[in-house]
Ligand binder design. Sequence first.
Ligand code: VG1
Ligand code: CO
Length: 541
Amino acid sequence: MIVITTPIAGQRPGTSGLRKSVQVFRQPGYLENFVQSLFDVLEHHKGATLVVGGDGRYFNDQAIQTVLRLAAANGFGRVLVGQGGILSTPAASAVIRSRKAYGGIILSASHNPGGPEGDFGIKYNAGNGGPAPEALTEAVYRRTQSIERYLGVESPDVDLGTLGNTLVGGMAVEVIDPVATHADLMETLFDFGAIRRLLGSGSFRMRFDAMHAVTGPYAHEVFVKRLGAPAASVVNGTPLPDFGGGHPDPNPTYAAELVAAMFAADAPDFGAASDGDGDRNMIVGRRFIVTPSDSLAVLAANAQLVPGYAAGLKGVARSMPTSAAVDAVAAALGIPCFETPTGWKFFGNLLDAGRITLCGEESAGTGSDHVREKDGLWAVLFWLNVLAVRGESVEAIVRDHWRRFGRHVYSRHDYEGVDAAAATALMARLREALPGLPGQKFSPGTVTLADDFAYTDQVDGSVTTGQGLRIGFDNGSRIVFRLSGTGTEGATLRVYLERFEADVQRHGTDAQQALAGLIATAEQLAGIAATTGRTQPTVIT
Ligand code: VG1
Ligand code: CO
């Protein structure tokens, strides 16, 4: 039966989909607005297969039942849904690709906290397994403003706990194993034999912190079941609707438990964590945190050691605020390096066109052409494979990397939950000042570049503007100012700081000290304290 009800007006999606508080999402008709608008905009989806799953957070199960009823009424032929409503973002991408689905809906607010007081989110991935391109998300947003009805069927809730097939209003629903497709794909890329020997050697210990988010089942399957690591190697491995009250963002602030374990006297050799929806990764050696930008560069430089990449890399890409560490590796390898706006959707076209093999972001996202999303488990396995082959510590590998390529000292300062009007005013003032900056001298050097980053897609020619204010100095140092597109409260100002050190012997490892001049210059240029009332960032990564 078709239900016709008036949905409430939609809102503009951000960096990766629509993210709002649970309260907003629970308003009658809110979720339906987004989903129906999406289905209205899609073409030729009658009879097609849709993949649906989420990160297990509060409201995930209810939202999935709503999506199923709308999908049935809108003519989809089949929905593949992860058991328990679970599918990590990279696993959803892998399933879309392997089952040649039309697309997928992922219910996640990624690293944002969950629970009744937390956040919820929804994003659409296309048939290539990657985030919807901007043209599509814009069309969906426009549709949410004019939509007057949504379609649904009356049907009891599907039992998401049991694998198998059922029907919702005549549409086939298949509850699938959320882990198997992705784990099988990992086995095709990495030397599981070598990693198994490393983990079973008795002299190597790892600790993977799933932060009570979606990666727990994936980590148990891959590290424990398939690679033989002791079960205790996976901690916080049960997905909880409120992530155990934590903030599933794998960085030194929110993954403090992992960092403490890795800096303890009996620290394991290798530590890692992932975020709410399993697409981010944090890599920690014994008493040594790897900066995500460095991690991308190290993986690129060591890719020939890994079976899936032994044939060489076609090219690499990084988001604009990510450090140029990977650029140095690309130059040495003689392969192209692309600089894209923040957000995985911009890598999709380059991956589809075969222009790049690896890509990543400073926010702890790393991935390759095996799926069209960043992939936390994949990055951890890549590191384990490199560690197994090289037989050195994480710290030794990174220090060796710095000796070969120089060090791109890097940090991001986040000012979370600042007044939105103040943050917009700060950016507007800075944007106006940009044309006057080139040639001016500051303590980090003379400004050689000052612009608002715009990107022309190398494949389809589409142009994206307003992607962050970049100020570059003559010695390779750089400051970037950008407003987050994933927060749900006020605004988050991100300040990205980078300084190149060719001679790593000259400087200690403390990034904040090495960046002190840039930090002071950022304050001088932007007047962060005066505008936002904040004298310290909320999070430093
Ligand atoms: C943040 C990160 C960005 C990432 C995005 C989605 O966006 O900075 O690099 O792609 O989150 O990641 P923003 O607009 O808040 O800076 V995920 O793992 O939260 O979906
Ligand atoms: Co995420």
